[in-house]
Structure formats: C-alpha cells, structure tokens
Design a protein around this ligand. Structure first.
Ligand code: G4P
Length: 515
C-alpha cells in the first residue's frame, strides 16, 4: 500500500464525556469490533480493581497499561482507527485538553438521564474552538432517561451546536424496543433474533409498544422542522450527528461506528507559525508533541513523548530535527500502538500517534521534522488553571533540586507556575487535581525534592496589562502574581470578587487568557 493510501485510511479521534457517561464501556465495544480484545470489559479491568481510576500511583505501577490505553489503535472496515484517551475525573489535566489538539474528530458520549454535564461542556468548548467534527452518542437507553427532544434541545442551548438525529429511540428503560434509524431508513431492533427491519414493518413489530405512535410523530416533526443533514456542516463542526444507544448492552454501538467511519474525516493538515498548512500528504515526515507521560519505568527517569504525525511516514531510526533546539535526533526507541500480531506492524503515517522515549529532550508543543526544511507548528494553547496550591521545599538544604525540578516540569507543560507579587511565594496552577499529585510524585522521584503543598482552592485567573499594574489594587479577595513569563495576573477568590474588582476599576482590562 502506498503511503497516500495508508494515510487516507486513518481516522483519529477522542471520546469526550463526563465521568460515568459510558466512555470506557463504549471504547471496549469499539475495540471488540476491531478484534483487539476478545471480550468487552477487559480494557481497564475495572471489575477486578486492577486499574482504579482514582489511584494515579497504581496507574504508575502499571505503566504498560497506562501507555497503551492512552492511544488505542485497531483496524475496522478497511480503516485504521486511533482512539486517544481523554481521562476524566481525578485524571483530568491539561494533557486531557491538549490531546484534543491531536485528533481530527471527537465523539461526545452523553448519559441520557443526565444530559450535558460540566466536564463534557468544558471539553466540547476546546473541540469547538478547533472546528472539528463532533459526533454525539446518547447512552444508557436501557434505563429511563430524559426525553430525546429535550436532550437535542439541550445540545443546541447549552453547547450551541445544531444537531441531527441519525436515529430515534423507541421507548426507553424497560420499554426500550429499538431505534428508528432515520439515516439508513430502517429499524434496529433491541430484542429478538433480527437486528434490522424495514420501516414498513414497524406497525406490526411495535404493535404492543405504547411509544411507537409517538416516535412516528416525533420523526415527522424532526423531518419537517429539524435540521437537515449536511455532511459539510458535520465536517466543519457546525452540526453534530446524534446517535442513541446502550453501550452496556452493546446496542446501537456498531451502527454508530459504521456511520461514524463513513463521515469522520481523514487526517487534517496543520498550520505552521508562518501560516503555512502542512498537508498529511507532504512526503517529508513531520509531527508535534502533544503530551508527555512521565516515568514509564520507575528505575529510569524517562518518559514518553506522544507525537501526532502530521505528514509523511515514520521510519524506525529516522533522523529528525527538533525545531526548538535545532538539534538532530534519531527516533530509535519508539512505541507504536498496534497489537503485535497485526500485519504491517511498524507502519505509522500521518494521522497516527507514536510514543517516543524521552530522557528530558522534548517539551509539549515541540515540532519534529525530517528533511531539510525547518518550521514549527502553531503553539498548542495553554489552558487557564482553576485550582491552586502553594508550594515550598520541605528541606531548605534541597533548594537547588527544588528549583530545578519546578523549572523543568513547568517547561515541560506538566503544571503552571505563578509567583506571589508581594511575597515571592510559589503557587502552582492546574486544571485538575491529578496534575498536583503527578507534580509532587515527580519532584520526589525524579528530582529528590520533597515538597510541601498547601491547597488554596479554586481561583478565577485574569491577566492584566503591565501598564495597568498597581499594587494598591490588590486586596484580601485577590492575589497579585506573576506568571512564568513575568506577566502580571490576578487570582480572584471567586467570580464575585472578580465582579467587584471590575466595578471598582472599570478601566483595567482583564483578560481570560494570556495574550
Ligand atoms: P466512563 O468511562 O465514562 O466513566 O464510564 P464507564 O464506561 O465506566 O461507565 C460508567 C457506569 O455506567 C458503569 O457502571 C457502566 O457499566 C455503566 N454504563 C455504561 N453504559 C451503560 C449503558 O448503556 N446502560 C447502563 N444501564 N449502564 C451503562 P458502574 O456500575 O459504575 O461500573 P461497573 O461496576 O459496572 O464497572
């Protein structure tokens, strides 16, 4: 197969959801269809407790699992599928957001009883910013949930995205009987021996189902007053195709996968800092680091840098240039994510992810290029932290390793650092609790610097222009600080404190993001 043909087959996406919506369950079903696992329910071994989500240190001990489950690759229906994990919960971190920079599409899993939840909304906003396609799977139809029309309305109101139902549930919970598949114009049956039926058979098949008449009315309404399906609008992220189903009972998941793969885009081109678009079909290899996972092996200080290949093909041992330092490196020790038994092992092309062993060479956002040209991809966005901790060295004699550790971890993008303007104290900012735990663990293990961390809780961060800086503006409800680029920033106690400040100093421009 030519490189071009191989690239055309790639489909790289992330599943975004609030914890417990069913992301793991769906992922397992997808891997099962891809023949990667024999039985759904084996990826995380949740039942046996070998991979408790909340326990990062346990995850640490099982690095093998944690690396492979960061990227899951399988072949299905002539496509090579890469699923990138976006951990939720305690695992939530800037990595979660940055992973979304490395995908070409997102699948949003929603619990039908809960609707759009906080984490889904946050992740969706990052995805929306990139204008990539979002496919929605409304899960747990085997349980009683909210009215489907309600859920669609919520998508539009809370997320501001138009939706198109690809199928429509017939009943729910105990009376769940199947799906009216608008897209394929057929019925998908929940029970019995047949999986599909003609639309015309519906009246007979669902004669006893009190919801079927309602479904026909809903479908008519959707066809008349709902959004029209438009592949173009799907590809620009303006319309989300919505699928209903039940991951636990493996219903509707395969239809979802088949249809998703019909519409999910092939690898995107990526822009450089000079606004040039690098096409996946450019012959020369290029890629960027979107995530660094620490301490793959406890005996060494190494990590894995996850690289999204933007163009060309990776070849083991190839020489690439790291744009930031200008140095040439050999990509010798690289992990790929295809099961060993597969044919064409070792082939990684644009759209794929490779894991490069790193002993401190790489930083998140780094560009790698082969060939003669040098360029950098657009920097990855930084995300405004919400949680803060004060941090000091436990042992005053270890100041040197303390500073070195902080400097390197901040540079790597593992955590954000702020310095109190008045006292000079260090404060760490993160988007999720896990980032602090990882920081502490790595400081102790990699830099032999024990730290004392004092929670400061949530803060609302706002940057201000250096010329507006006036220390007298600082009060008991905010902390004036400098970010790691020495830019002045206020950490407000809450939104109320921010509002109060904005009223008092209407001329001071406060920015949500570092400009
Ligand atoms: P997550 O990765 O998004 O956090 O969710 P996960 O798949 O772990 O699912 C969360 C819970 O919801 C699990 O139950 C799972 O079995 C259940 N679930 C997922 N999909 C469906 C569905 O379609 N219908 C129903 N009824 N339940 C579903 P749990 O009891 O929390 O975990 P477990 O003990 O079963 O592993």
């Amino acid at each position: 197969m030519t490189v071009q043909d191989a690239i055309k087959k790639r489909r790289t996406f992330a599943i975004i959801s609030h914890p417990d919506a069913g992301k793991t369950t769906i992922t397992e079903q997808l891997l099962y269809f891809g023949g990667e696992i024999r039985e759904a329910g084996t990826v995380k071994g949740k039942k046996t407790g070998t991979f408790a989500k909340s326990d990062w240190m346990d995850i640490e001990k099982q690095r093998g699992i944690s690396v492979t489950s960061s990227v899951m690759q399988f072949d299905y229906a002539g496509k090579r599928v890469n699923i990138l994990d976006t951990p939720g919960h305690e695992d939530f971190s800037e990595d979660t957001y940055r992973t979304l920079m490395a995908v070409d599409a997102a699948v949003m899993v929603v619990d039908s009883a809960k609707g759009i939840e906080a984490q889904t909304k946050k992740l969706f906003e990052v995805v929306k910013h990139r204008n990539i396609p979002v496919f929605t799977f409304i899960n747990k139809l085997d349980r009683d949930g909210r009215e489907p029309l309600d859920l669609l309305e919520e998508l539009e109101e809370v997320l501001g995205i138009a939706s198109y139902p690809m199928n429509w549930p017939i009943g729910m919970g105990k009376s769940f009987a199947g799906l009216y598949d608008l897209h394929h114009q057929r019925l998908e049956l929940y029970k019995g021996d047949r999986r599909f039926a003609e639309l015309a058979e519906g009246k007979e098949l669902f004669a006893d189902n009190p919801f079927y008449e309602q479904v026909l009315e809903d479908v008519e309404l959707l066809e008349e007053a709902g959004n029209a399906f438009s592949e173009e609008a799907v590809l620009t992220g303006d319309l989300t195709p919505v699928f209903f189903g039940s991951a636990l009972t493996n219903f509707g998941v395969q239809t979802f996968l088949d249809t998703f793969l019909d519409y999910a885009p092939e690898p995107h081109s990526h822009k450089t800092t000079e606004e040039r678009a690098v096409s996946p079909y450019d012959e020369t290899f290029s890629g960027f680091v979107f995530k660094i996972q620490a301490n793959m092996d406890p005996r060494h200080r190494d990590r894995i840098a996850f690289v999204r290949i933007v163009s060309g093909e990776f070849e083991p041992g190839m020489a690439v240039k790291l744009t930031r330092t200008g140095k040439t490196l050999k990509l010798a020790n690289v992990t790929q994510f295809m099961a060993e038994s597969r044919e064409s092992v070792g082939r990684a092309v644009a759209g794929d992810i490779i894991g490069v062993y790193d002993t401190g060479t790489y930083q998140v956002g780094d560009t790698l290029t082969a060939g003669k040209q040098t360029f950098a991809f657009e920097p990855l966005p930084t995300f405004t932290p919400e949680l803060f901790m004060k941090v000091t060295a436990k042992n005053v004699m270890k100041q040197k390793s303390f500073h070195k550790g902080i400097e390197q971890l901040v540079q790597e993008g593992a955590i954000q650092l702020y310095t109190n303007y008045q006292t000079g104290e260090y404060m760490l900012g993160a988007v999720g609790q896990l980032q602090f735990e990882v920081f502490k663990h790595r400081m102790e293990n990699e830099y032999k610097a024990e730290v004392v961390m004092t929670p400061m809780g949530k803060k609302t961060v706002r940057w201000l222009k250096p010329e507006d800086l006036d220390e007298r503006m600082s009060s008991s409800r905010n902390i004036l600080a400098k970010d790691r680029f020495e830019q002045p920033v206020f950490l407000f106690e809450n939104d109320f404190a921010l509002g109060w400040f904005a009223d008092k100093y209407p001329d001071v421009v406060l920015e949500e993001k570092m400009s």
